[in-house]
Design a protein around this ligand. Sequence first.
Ligand SMILES: NC(=O)c1ccc[n+]([C@@H]2O[C@H](COP(=O)([O-])OP(=O)(O)OC[C@H]3O[C@@H](n4cnc5c(N)ncnc54)[C@H](O)[C@@H]3O)[C@@H](O)[C@H]2O)c1
Ligand SMILES: [Zn+2]
Length: 376
Amino acid sequence: MDKIETIDIDIWSVDNPTTYNIIIGSHVIKNVSEYINFEHYSRVGILTDEKVAPLWLDNLVKSIPIKVSEIVIGQGEEVKNIDNVRHVWEELLTLGFDRKSLLLNLGGGVIGDLGGFAASTFMRGLPYAHIPTTLLSQVDSSIGGKVGVNFGEVKNLIGSFSQPEIVVIDVNTLNTLPNRELMAGFAEVIKHGLIKDEDYLDDVVKKKQGKLSEKDFVQIVKRSCDIKAKVVEEDERENGVRKMLNFGHSIGHALEALSHVSQNESVNSKPGDNADYLLHGEAVALGMIVASEISKEVGLLKEKDVDKIREILSKFHLPTELEFELSPNVIIEKVMFDKKNVSGKINWTLLKGIGNAVFDVSVEKEIVQKALKSIM
Ligand SMILES: NC(=O)c1ccc[n+]([C@@H]2O[C@H](COP(=O)([O-])OP(=O)(O)OC[C@H]3O[C@@H](n4cnc5c(N)ncnc54)[C@H](O)[C@@H]3O)[C@@H](O)[C@H]2O)c1
Ligand SMILES: [Zn+2]
């Protein structure tokens, strides 16, 4: 049997210090009851989406020795809203869940963020576990306890910090993931290398030249989780170093949200035309290019490094140019609008060389405009 990796994560916070495990392996869903003592809970429920349900729900249900309830919602970024949180709350209430019950979030980042938020608010907090099934959720969103939903066209506006009981990552689930989604997950992997570890980045690029095995995926997920876990352990609430993880995300979130606003005059997409939407990872790839260009403009990053970053993103079939029309000012306004709602001003996370992120850098608007033109 292949090696199972375990990472312990220790979150220190005044109100709720906690320690939990991240289990990473292939076919670990089959053995989930080795990691979770289901008898310990009054009830167990699984939240998943309509695409993941026919692929992985039965596998998980079969590995749980007690009766489980299933809650299945729609899929995609569009369902990450407060209406679906309400739906989950209603289901939990009808099913008789209490604070000794457990909710398992089986799916990508949307299910994890939404399910985690619904659980963290139901009866002031129900224990929950993540069983992430996309590369993006395995390397990033299931780690660190940020949960929430989009609101008023702002990404993740409503949310909380709430850590899971455990994260069980089965890289075997990636076998059914569409390639475009897999590549979007690599955007966060590349981000981890760019902000913290150039050797890791180079290793992943090298591995990508061949066919990635399940063992490779276990190692990639582990190294990313290690990076993210260390940052979150140091700064759960994003007062300092956790801001590094936002590299590419100010612009990324704006582009992601704008690509979803189908009625927006400046977007060429048609209502309901999913193909035109940028996936989270794709938007972050573009955001990382802009942030790298800004880093170059303010003298922190060499031109050859920006070229290297573009080349790596292309190798992973991630976008390096915006495919729909938006002016730099529309994007900047959106970033400002988002920040006004969240923190009041734009503090950029930039690269001071590859593998080394710096945060809280303020940048002139003209520099941002120029950097944005580089993806148009
Ligand atoms: N909480 C955090 O710290 C954090 C960090 C990064 C991203 N996020 C959030 O994560 C979300 C993006 O997550 P995502 O990329 O996983 O998107 P997603 O959850 O929408 O999943 C992508 C698509 O893949 C499908 N899918 C999932 N697993 C599958 C499988 N094994 N086989 C086949 N299809 C499968 C889903 O149904 C969906 O259609 C965004 O909302 C983003 O804001 C949160
Ligand atoms: Zn992200």
